[in-house]
Design a protein around this ligand. Sequence first.
Ligand SMILES: [Zn+2]
Length: 257
Amino acid sequence: MQAEAFDLPWMAHAFSTRLGGVSEGAYTSLNLSFAVGDRPERVVENRRRLAGALGYDPQRMVCGRQVHGDKVAVVTLGEAGAGALGLQTALPATDGLITGTPGLPLVAYFADCVPVVFADPENRAIALAHAGWRGTLQEIARKALEKMTEAFGTHPPECLVSIGPAIGPCCYEVDHSVAARFTRWGPTVGAKKSGKWFVDLWEANRQILLGAGVRPERITVIKMCTACNRELMFSHRRDGGETGRMAAVVMLRSEGV
Ligand SMILES: [Zn+2]
């Protein structure tokens, strides 16, 4: 699925679903991660299918080894293929990727955590961040924007940002100790009748983006809850940790395309 605001001729992006792959069991069917116990040859085939659907070379994709941190890497052709065929070659401890290089697909993996995709139309730069609750608290979305500014002269008010499918406030129950850390973003946290607490990671990331200078009309929140959509989405929380991963992909198209 795609964000309409990102329907731009010079870039491609997508949030995958769990449909259309060859994996079985808990990974049925389009699991795209090597890190969850699925058979590697199936992951390779699933990645090949997604790449075919979007029109990129799966051998050129760049992936970070996601650790719920806040490190954002600027990548170029030298990193093409990092993590494409296995975890070992992924960029170490990296949860955010930025590039200004056409033909280099940035890819990250999700099953409840929030994918945040950035496009800077002025400077033709793109970014992708993996923001679970830890990454959100570390404001990785703001840090990605700052790094885009540093590397490409990005002005946050000109940026388009899409917040992809992730666990919603409907399903994301947390302990009070976690909830308390989200109160800085106002209505992103609340008490449930059950006595539990919920956190709205979509809104927390939106607030972080607004705080960093992105205009509200340039932020698209897809508002699809991974846990609510069993047929379409993997959910780490709903599936008790044994599940696959979907991908967010963003790429600058090659010149002249
Ligand atoms: Zn839900």
